[in-house]
Design a protein around this ligand. Sequence first.
Ligand code: T46
Length: 135
Amino acid sequence: MNIDIIDIKTITTEKEGQLSFFEADKDFDFDIKRIYYITKVSEGVKRGAHAHKNLKQLIWCPIGSVKIYLDNIREKREIILDNPAKGLVIKESVWRDMLWLKSDSVLCVAASDYYDADDYIRDYDEFIKYAGGVI
Ligand code: T46
């Protein structure tokens, strides 16, 4: 599947908590053009239900717990992001759903391109046709 799980470098300072960071070109292979984050979501809520034609994204959850469902037609996977030191890179042609396992979990995303509604595939049947042609 067109995904990678990466370790986000995390430094613990005694009694002062943690600092996590990642660096483009070193930790993943695309330049970041956009950062966004999703907040104020209640436990049990699902978002997503789409794939991207070209966009690549690094997703991480520094606070809380979110389950990511991934599907490339041939394979389905589930990954829980619940740790500031864990990142998920999702590349092209992967259908994703996100389920909030804890209220107010924060989901952060570094994306390879600007927002473009035309890069989304929001119809699953259309995704099957699209992914069947590119995988
Ligand atoms: C993804 C998952 C992980 C914008 O106007 N600009 C933006 O940069 C983004 C990301 C969204 N929007 C608008 C589009 C919709 O009207 O914000 C609204 C909510 O977006 P959406 O329903 O796509 O949100 P999610 O949580 O289902 O998906 C988002 C990203 O859109 C998507 O690329 O992979 O997070």
